[in-house]
Structure formats: structure tokens, C-alpha cells
Design a protein around this ligand. Structure first.
Ligand SMILES: *Cc1c(COP(=O)(O)O)cnc(C)c1O
Length: 364
């Protein structure tokens, strides 16, 4: 069986260094808010080209805390609206509703699967305060267009970079393409911890300080609480392991790009639509489309190839958002019924990739 993703094999590449990093943390006697987190924050900010990185507990918290901080800063109020793509992973939307704001869904471009800038302005009202572009599947959004609209309407741009560590837009990396950005280090992400983790990046000093305090019970200084904060921190163990894996991230991205290019050049099947890349992608996922999705997935499994669906049910059809259940988001719903993700991890062998292509090309 060719697995969709084998985290054991991925992390085995760095086994010795990871064990050494863990041992250092164990022996230090310091497990929360220490030197590993601080060093990782500096290294990750530099990697993105941003001034500040603030380690938090996971990617959802990163996004939630950005919005929460804007509320504490008086920039966003309860019941304000945030624009978000209708085909994103549910976490982007949860970060908005968790803050008592209204997520406003905008349809994606059917070819790139990304938020369509030409459909944003018709959804802007006097309540709109931010746009949340999601660099879905690893490809950066059309940020020039999005930032221009944001500037025209005085909106914040909050990047959801949970799937796009290291992806470029022109000469800048995500995490440095808007006002603030949320990253996830969930184990299966391109930069994955060995547990949960996340970070915010920004060039805004006040925002960085506010988020740092909010994730630490609302406190800048021990036992002095200026906000009703939460506990959301990146622990020393995860930070130490992320520091190891960050050193190899660019190399893994090159490997993903090679696999993607091989798929793009060699998959030839009139029933299958390949992804369109117009900016840059770090290929978190390689997502094809077909109206025979269920048949193709079963056929691939019969040929010992595991695939996954990202995602089977669109946010507007989820029980959690009943108020949207009878609304139609045509493009998003079409995508959700047709998408299929092929294996594309950094440890995939050429032999496996060739087999996947050969089997797909024989699908009728
Ligand atoms: C994974 C993911 C998140 C949430 O990250 P967690 O670390 O799992 O909380 C948010 N947005 C997108 C697009 C994601 O893929």
C-alpha cells in the first residue's frame, strides 16, 4: 500500500536530531516559555521575513487570537464581518465565529481553488473589518488584488497560512503578505510538530504584544492581568522539535515540488482536471478533480494507493452552521463533490510516484 502520508517515515529522517532536541529540553528542567520557544519564534519570523512570531498552542488559536487582539485594540467589534473563502477548512471560519463576528463566505476560483478577489467587493458592508485569504493546499492567494481591496475599504488582512509554510507571493513569503498570519504545526502540515502547535506572524508590534499577553492569561507580567486571556502557548518540547524540522523545510518543499511537477507533466486522463497554479505552491496537497471521484478513489485503493478528500462536506452544509444549510455556494459545493488528494509527501519515492501516474492514466 502506498499510504497517503506516513508521519513515522517523515520524522524518522530526523530521528537522531529530534531525540537530541528532546533530551536537551528534558535535562533543562524548563518546559514552558523558555529559550526553545523564543529561539523558534526568532527563527520562524526570519524564515517568513516578518518582524514578530508568537508561538501558540495550535493553528486555530493563532487565527482566533489575531482577531481577539484586534478587538482588544478597538479595531474590530462584536458582530462585525470577516470575509473568508467558502471552501476553506472549517477552522478558518471557527476563528471568526468564536470571536462573536460574522463569517461572510466568498466563492473560490474554480481552477486555483483560492478566494476569488473579483467576488470580494460585492460582499463588503459597513460592518466588514477584515479579509481572511486562505493559502489553501499550499498555494498563495492573489495578494496584490486582495491588499488593494483591503486598503480601499480600510480592512485588515489576516492570512490563514496553515497549509502554506514557505510559499512565496512574488518576492515575499506567506506570513508577511498581510497584517497578520496564522500558522498551524499540526503533525501532518508541511512544518509539523510531534503534537499540536501554532504561531502568529506579523510586522505590527502592538498586535504582537497583545497576542503574546492574550495567550498567557492576558498577562504581560506575572500576576498582572490586563485582558481576560486564555492559555495558548507553544511548549518547549514542540518548539525544540520544530527548530530541527524548520532547518529541513525548504529541502522538503523542493521534493514536494518535484513530485507535483511530475504529476502535472505526466498525468493524462480526460476525466481528470489537474490543479492550476498561478502564484507559488508548496504543495501541502495535490488536489485533482473528477466527476467520478468515488469510482476513482475506490479504483486507486484497489491498486494499493491511498487518497483522501479535502474536504468531503462544505462549511455551509455543516450542522455547526445551520443558518447556511439552505444557502447555495455553487462553486464550493462542486469542488467538494469532485476533489481528491493524491499522496505528495517529501518521502515519496520516484517508483511510487510513477506507479500512481501509471494507474491513474489507465482509469476509465
Ligand atoms: C490545519 C488548519 C487550521 C487549524 O490548525 P490546527 O493547528 O489544526 O488548529 C486552520 N486553517 C487551515 C486552512 C488548516 O488547514
Amino acid at each position: 500500500m502506498i499510504p497517503f502520508l506516513d508521519l513515522k517515515v517523515i520524522n524518522a529522517q530526523y530521528r537522531e536530531e529530534l531525540i537530541e532536541a528532546c533530551t536537551k529540553v528534558i535535562d533543562s528542567g524548563w518546559y514552558i516559555q523558555g529559550n526553545e520557544c523564543k529561539a523558534f519564534e526568532e527563527e520562524f519570523a526570519k524564515f517568513c521575513g516578518a518582524k514578530y512570531a508568537i508561538g501558540v498552542a495550535n493553528g486555530l488559536d493563532a487565527l482566533t487570537l489575531i482577531i481577539r487582539a484586534y478587538k482588544e485594540m478597538g479595531i474590530i467589534q462584536d458582530c462585525d464581518e470577516v470575509i473568508v473563502p467558502s471552501n476553506t477548512y472549517i477552522a478558518s471560519i471557527l476563528s471568526i465565529s468564536e470571536n462573536n463576528l460574522v463569517p461572510v463566505l466568498v466563492e473560490p476560483n474554480i481552477n486555483t481553488y483560492l478566494l476569488d478577489p473579483s467576488k470580494i467587493e460585492e460582499k463588503i458592508t459597513s460592518k466588514t473589518k477584515a479579509i481572511m485569504p486562505v493559502h489553501l493546499y499550499g498555494q498563495t492567494c492573489e495578494m496584490d488584488e486582495i491588499n488593494t481591496i483591503a486598503k480601499r475599504h480600510n480592512l485588515k488582512v489576516i492570512e490563514d497560512s496553515a497549509q502554506s509554510h514557505g510559499a512565496y507571493y512574488q518576492d515575499k513569503r506567506c506570513g508577511n503578505l498581510g497584517d497578520a498570519s496564522g500558522f498551524s504545526f499540526y503533525p501532518g502540515k508541511n512544518l509539523g510538530a510531534l503534537g499540536d502547535g501554532g504561531t502568529v506572524t506579523t510586522n505590527d508590534e502592538e498586535l504582537a504584544k497583545t497576542i503574546k499577553a492574550l495567550g498567557n492569561y492576558g498577562s504581560h507580567k506575572k500576576y498582572e492581568n490586563i485582558y481576560r486571556g486564555i492559555n495558548s502557548r507553544l511548549d518547549e518540547m514542540q518548539a525544540a522539535m520544530l527548530r530541527v524540522k524548520l532547518r529541513y523545510l525548504d529541502k522538503e518543499t523542493v521534493k514536494r515540488k518535484e513530485t507535483a511537477n511530475y504529476y502535472l507533466e505526466n498525468i493524462q486522463n480526460e476525466n481528470i482536471v489537474l490543479p492550476t497554479i498561478t502564484t507559488d505552491s508548496v504543495w501541502h496537497l495535490f488536489v485533482i478533480r473528477t466527476s467520478q471521484r468515488e469510482e476513482l478513489q475506490k479504483y486507486l485503493l484497489d491498486n494499493s494507493i491511498q487518497t483522501l478528500i479535502h474536504y468531503p462536506l462544505p462549511p455551509n452544509k455543516q450542522k455547526a452552521y445551520k443558518e447556511w444549510n439552505n444557502k447555495n455556494y455553487e462553486i464550493s459545493e462542486k469542488l467538494h463533490s469532485e476533489v481528491l488528494s493524491l499522496p505528495i509527501s517529501a518521502t515519496q519515492t520516484l517508483e511510487e510516484i510513477k506507479k500512481i501516474v501509471r494507474v491513474i492514466n489507465e482509469f476509465r
